[in-house]
Design a binder for this molecule. Structure first.
Ligand code: TRP
Ligand code: SF4
Length: 400
């Protein structure tokens, strides 16, 4: 139940570019081997800013899912799903909204920032203010403890931690908690009970965080421990009430070093991207058109790779020998810029080849993509329903 679990979401932006691949997707692909992972399309999140023009969202969702699969996100290892197809996210969002202080939402740094940045649009909506809470619901509903995100999203994960703590504190305080927790300790068996008690003391008296981790591991390994007892024992460790929602941690994704065609960060809004499955001829064309060191007006002028965006691509795609060749050739005017660009073109095409191939399988068989997502939706819904049962009960909505 509390096994380590990774969850991350992406807004449906349509086709992804190589910046997404190097920044986010490579990380997901690595994580899917190491942990149970859930990756989802945050289509409701798209509506928080695109509510006035929602019709492209569905198309963008499918395109993005194909890009995930093309990049090597493996549905046999990770669960892929669409947020709106698991309506439990909305129920949790609603229930959490009852106990979320308005000030917490207003203080989230992206709130005022984004409102100002996107000032052509009216973002003084309820949905936009509540967007971090929706993200919290996405995370908490799977009791995910690892959330890979970029730096801009770290405050949202922090917000989620605080909310989980507040929730557990408020609703985990059942009558007779202490007695029930002690009874649960006894059920661990004498050896485990002793270790648990020692670890709890170590945490409470010395603040030793590794003690908490070890105690969590211990509770995970005890066979046949009832769910509510597990929640009590987890909460009792830290001295709060039952731990119904799990506090997640951010797994910071390193900012992508992928430069765009103009040397700025690759981004759709700068119009400097190469998409994951960009046409081969387009790749050649775009790289050939790339600006180079402005000092190299003529072929005979020497250049400086440090002033050239093509060099940044060599840093990603070329080996040491090739980079030496560029450094020497550029500074001595020994090579021309088109010549210099060829290994970059080759490198990108080589990287894209397996993605193009995988994508083709899915483009030829869209039913396969739908069934991967349908499976993922089912798996996600099952996990979400487990959490919702506990949340409803904790909030006094258990009409059984
Ligand atoms: N807010 C994220 C973004 O805009 C996407 C997202 C939504 C997300 N829910 C999430 C990411 C839950 C991680 C976990 O990029
Ligand atoms: Fe840039 Fe290469 Fe031309 Fe030098 S030779 S300016 S590194 S493209």
């Amino acid at each position: 139940m509390y096994a380590e679990r990774v969850l991350s979401g992406m807004r449906p932006t349509g086709s992804l570019h190589l910046g997404h691949f190097h920044g986010v997707l490579k990380n997901w692909i690595k994580l899917q081997h190491a942990y149970p992972c859930l990756f989802f399309v945050a289509d409701w999140h798209a509506l928080t800013t695109q509510y006035d023009n929602p019709h492209g969202i569905e198309q963008s969702t499918w395109e993005m899912v194909i890009d995930w699969l093309a990049a090597g996100v493996d549905p046999a290892q990770a669960t892929l799903f669409i947020q709106s197809q698991v309506p439990e996210h909305a129920e949790l969002h609603l229930l959490l909204s009852m106990m979320t202080p308005l000030g917490w939402l207003e203080r989230v740094p992206t709130y005022k920032d984004q409102q100002q940045k996107l000032d052509s649009k009216d973002l003084s909506t309820y949905g936009f203010l509540g967007y971090p809470l929706l993200m919290s619901s996405d995370i908490l509903i799977y009791r995910a403890d690892k959330v890979p995100v970029g730096e801009d999203q770290v405050p949202h994960v922090e917000f989620t931690r605080e909310l989980a703590r507040r929730f557990n504190h408020m609703y985990g305080r059942e009558p007779g908690f202490e007695e029930k927790a002690m009874a649960a300790v006894k059920k661990l068996g004498s050896k485990n009970a002793r270790s648990y008690t020692q670890l709890r003391t170590r945490f409470q008296q010395e603040g030793d965080a590794t003690a908490i981790e070890r105690a969590h591991a211990l509770l995970n390994d005890v066979p046949g421990l009832a769910l509510d007892d597990r929640e009590r024992l987890l909460g009792y460790l830290e001295g709060t009430g039952k731990m119904i929602l799990v506090e997640p941690g951010a797994l910071l994704t390193e900012a992508s070093k992928m430069p765009g065609l103009d040397g700025q960060k690759m981004s759709k809004s700068y119009n400097n991207t190469i998409t994951l499955r960009e046409d081969e001829s387009q790749v050649r064309h775009k790289i050939k058109r790339m600006p180079t060191d402005p000092a190299r007006v003529c072929r005979t002028d020497a250049g400086d790779p440090d002033k050239c965006p093509v060099w940044q691509l060599h840093m990603i795609y070329s080996d040491a020998a090739c980079r030496d060749w560029v450094q020497q050739g550029c500074r001595s005017a020994g090579i021309g810029c088109l010549e210099c660009k060829q290994p970059v073109i080759d490198g990108i095409l080589r990287e894209q080849a397996p993605m193009r191939e995988r994508a083709q399988t899915y483009l030829d068989d869209t039913a396969l993509v739908r069934s991967i997502i349908a499976d993922g939706n089912d798996k996600a819904r099952q996990l979400a329903q487990e959490t919702m049962r506990d949340v409803r009960e904790a909030m006094g909505l258990n009409y059984s």
